[in-house]
Design a protein around this ligand. Structure first.
Ligand code: FAD
Length: 317
């Protein structure tokens, strides 16, 4: 079933979460071990991230540097299908522009359709590690809005090859990312929102937000979206703080603010176990307030560990 239909049908906020494919060399069991404790909360759908290849430099025995391209977390498509088959739960694989030509994007979408997957989260992807600027693949998309346009074309039976006549229409429901504290590269929130609106105008059905730790940021974001004519559901993304390191890493990585009260509580902690408990309590309070506000669902960033998400879900769903 399509995510947008699930959102529209539901009378209460949906419980959803996001998983990462396991690191190369690990088994899929870790994914199942993350999902199993959360099944009792009846997840409406599960997101599966996509990870671009990375360029790494290795020192050879002769001292020269060797350039290698590796994908640390392959398997998005296969895992999405495996979860959908095993649990009969809708899976939303992420699809990114980075590393894909338009032809490869088309083929990936065809694979999804053959596997019975008709939901995607359409993203641009981050710049390559260590680079500031996103560089699209030659013959690929520069922005998520272009990717959405290609998906909508396929939904209308328009493939890249103009020779294809009477081709099957795909039936994808598309979600996109939104940033309550603006995307790191955007000059300001207004500009970022204009491009968010473009993604909706191109055919995206709903928005999932970047994590935030102060609900006021989400409330203001929703308000500003409405003011410029963005009327699709906006699902808040929630990440429970889990290590002391998070309080410096998250603002640096995602260009977001952490509330002072949260920092005070985290700094009182003696171990990361204590920090994890603070993260659970903060995210539980956030979730309860968001539900009162009437959010369509809550999207939890698990990082493939569900003990903390289970504690939150027990209190909230
Ligand atoms: P876009 O919407 O394309 O925007 C990128 C930037 O360009 C923004 O600053 C925007 O304001 C600007 N912009 C947009 N359109 C235009 C235009 N036409 N002209 C000029 N500027 C423009 N990354 C992954 O690699 N894999 C994942 O699985 C993944 N999952 C994610 C899930 C969620 C819920 C979120 C919030 C993020 C996820 N990301 C993932 C990270 C995401 O790929 C990065 O944040 C990326 O830098 C931007 O992606 P986007 O789709 O928001 O980009």
């Amino acid at each position: 079933m399509k995510v947008i239909e699930k959102i529209k049908k539901s009378k209460s906020a949906l419980f959803t979460f996001e998983l990462l494919p396991p690191l190369k060399g690990s088994t899929i069991q870790g994914i199942y071990d993350t999902i199993d404790p959360l099944i009792e909360f009846n997840p409406a759908y599960i997101n599966m991230t996509y990870h671009q290849q990375e360029v790494v430099y290795k020192t050879r025995p002769d001292g020269l540097m060797e350039k290698k391209t590796i994908r640390k977390r392959p398997g998005t498509v296969a895992i999405a299908a495996a979860i959908q088959n095993k649990y009969k739960i809708t899976v939303v694989p992420h699809l990114i522009c980075g590393g894909f030509t338009k032809e490869e994007t088309e083929d990936a979408l065809i694979d999804f359709q053959f596997l019975g997957i008709n939901n995607v989260l359409a993203l641009r992807g981050d710049p390559d590690k260590g680079k500031r600027k996103f560089v699209p693949e030659k013959g690929g998309h520069s922005y998520s809005s272009e990717l959405i346009e290609q998906i909508m074309n396929l939904n209308n039976g328009k493939y890249l090859s103009e020779d294809l006549q009477n081709a099957t229409h795909t039936d994808f429901s598309v979600g996109v990312a939104g940033y309550p504290e603006k995307h790191i590269e955007a000059p300001n929130l207004d500009t970022d929102l204009e491009y968010l609106k473009l993604k909706i105008d191109k055919g995206a059905d709903y928005i999932v937000t970047q994590m935030f730790f102060d609900n006021k940021k989400y409330f203001k974001f929703v308000d500003r979206c409405k003011k410029i004519g963005i009327n699709v559901p906006i699902v808040p993304g929630i990440k429970p703080i889990s290590t002391l390191n998070d309080i410096s890493l998250l603002p640096q990585t995602f260009s977001l603010d952490l509330p002072s009260d949260l920092i005070v509580e985290v700094k009182k902690c003696k171990t990361n176990k204590d920090v994890r408990q603070v993260g659970v309590e903060w995210a539980t309070a956030q979730s309860k307030e968001l539900i009162k506000f009437g959010v369509p669902g809550l999207h939890y960033y698990t990082l493939d560990q569900s003990d903390n998400i289970k504690k939150i879900a027990k209190e909230v769903f």
